[in-house]
Design a protein around this ligand. Sequence first.
Ligand code: F0G
Length: 356
Amino acid sequence: WDRRPLSVWRYREILPVQGEPVSLQEGGTPLYHLEKIGKELGLPELYAKHEGMNPTGSFKDRGMTVGVSMARQLGMTSVACASTGNTSASLAAYAAKASIPCVVLLPAGKVALGKVAQALMHGARVISIRGNFDRALEMVHELCISHGLYLLNSVNPYRLEGQKTIGFEAIDQLGDVPDRIVLPVGNAGNISAVYKGLRELEALGFIDRLPMMTGIQAAGSQPVVKAIEQNLDELVPEPAPETVATAIRIGAPVNAEKALVAIRATGGTAAAVTDDEILRMQQDLARMEGIGVEPASAASVAGIRKLAEQGLIDKDERIVCVVTGHLLKDPETVVRQCEPPIEIDADLHSLLSVLR
Ligand code: F0G
């Protein structure tokens, strides 16, 4: 693989697609050293893998390049998903590239503006339901079974095949296996995917140990954290999930059992962070490190801050936090937090007086 550029398709031998994939050049995202935040936390080896740098601005593109390629390979004539936003933006773009009609179901009023804009502009049929994501997923599942659309939520195994490449790239970029990989958890597909990929690398003899898989949820939407803390084998769904991080506002994650295995088998952990902790870390990433992410993505690093402050992280650990989506996905949350621009008359005197 060494001569191939960093990308999802660098690892094509361990992906299911035959022939040319439906690709928008996904993957190959930067791994940033969080020097200042790491210093503040006493963690000199803290990194962020910026999945917001994918073609539609989130890690979902890794799953969709594989998922939509498989839809085409299997001869499917329409695709669908439910989404808190990013999955719909990504599916809409890849369906457009593949010329396959696409339907997306969104929870009305709970999807960040940038994500709706993407789904609309890429030409998906965008339907808002008066209900939450969990209900939207049930509905789209029924629609796909009864009407033969191809479901591209993370219940689709090919989605997870693409997303497993996040772990491969992180190892290639670090030149070693990190001690810990930290992910925000919503439907729990991504953490399950990364774990699956690493197990495969281990079975193939490329690596000889696994990172501690660590899942972070929002305090108002934390069924996986509760299952880990209470040592449950099955999840108790959260009937009314709520958080500013709308991407992970999910009460009944469909991949939860797999995520529980990933966390337990690697000696990892799960933790919840409040909306305030999420927004504070979103600002710190932006202002201390120059890294712009959406709220759900800041949750992974906010989770490490919390665990480190509780003394639960070894100072020598090499930690990769996956930051999953771009700042511009959710401009409304940014504008609510920040002072608006100061408007002045168009003369130098006015400019100098406000800068004083
Ligand atoms: N971060 C972002 C930015 C997301 O959009 C999501 C999920 C997650 C983290 C959680 O990943 O579900 O695999 O545990 N977004 C989905 C969507 C649900 O519809 O876009 P997960």
